[in-house]
Design a protein. Structure first.
Length: 242
């Protein structure tokens, strides 16, 4: 009889534990289900606040395109420099700079492309001598492009005074100065001289591959022979390649 009572008591205890566990599970499920809308609402509100504080810019290009000018080009690009320059732009510096000053540090990445414009070659700039050698007087090399890479250029740091929001034109001025400095750095490094050397090497190999005996690059002081047999070249007088 005692064993039967003990068994019944054990079954009752197990049943109570199962019922209590079921009740706890039901409560937890109810709480989770009831709090899920609140969590989703909080996430949505957080997303909306983030969009307000950091809005995504909307770009709407005007569908009308105006072509101002079309030109035929015969530019031989022979060298490209990739330049990095750090520019400091500032305004309002002085005794009250901490109140009204504005300073930024701009890291500029840019490219400079140079070469010779073959469109400037005239009939008087190409001639042959009696031995079939071709003379070419190239135009002066020039810089075709000196521009910033907007994807790699950026404002590294900016410090504004306590009573100012900053000069809205300061970054634009820094970008313009960066382009000028990139161009100047390439010039100081001899980009035009290298552009001429590369142009001469390219044209020399090209004309030699066309079986001309020799190619000589003349200077501004050199002039074609004045004799009719070997003077300026006209299409009907150009000798065949050797």
């Amino acid at each position: 009889m005692l064993g039967m009572r003990t068994g019944i008591l054990v079954l009752l205890v197990v049943g109570v534990v199962l019922v209590a566990g079921l009740a706890v599970w039901l409560v937890a499920t109810t709480v989770r289900v009831s709090t899920e809308p609140v969590a989703r609402l909080s996430a949505d509100v957080g997303t909306q606040v983030a969009q307000i504080l950091h809005p995504t810019p909307t770009i709407r290009p005007d569908p009308v395109t105006i072509v101002r000018e079309v030109r035929s080009l015969a530019r031989l690009e022979t060298i490209q420099y990739t330049v990095e320059k750090v520019i400091t732009a500032e305004t309002g510096q002085g005794p009250f700079g901490f109140l009204f000053g504005d300073r930024l540090l701009f890291v500029a990445h840019g490219a400079v492309i140079a070469g010779v414009d073959l469109g400037q070659l005239g009939p008087e700039d190409v001639w042959f001598d009696s031995e079939g050698r071709v003379y070419i007087r190239l135009p002066d090399p020039e810089i075709f492009v000196a521009t910033l890479d907007n994807e790699l250029s950026y404002v590294y740091d900016r410090d504004t005074g306590l009573l100012t929001r900053g000069d809205i034109t300061l970054e634009a001025a820094a970008r313009q100065a960066a382009e000028d400095e990139i161009r100047r750095a390439a010039l100081l490094d001899g980009i035009l001289d290298q552009a001429r050397v590369n142009a001469e090497n390219y044209l020399y190999r090209l004309l030699r591959s066309l079986a001309f005996q020799d190619v000589i690059f003349a200077s501004e002081d050199d002039a074609p022979p004045a004799t009719p047999a070997s003077g300026l070249i006209s299409p009907e007088r150009i000798p065949a390649p050797a």
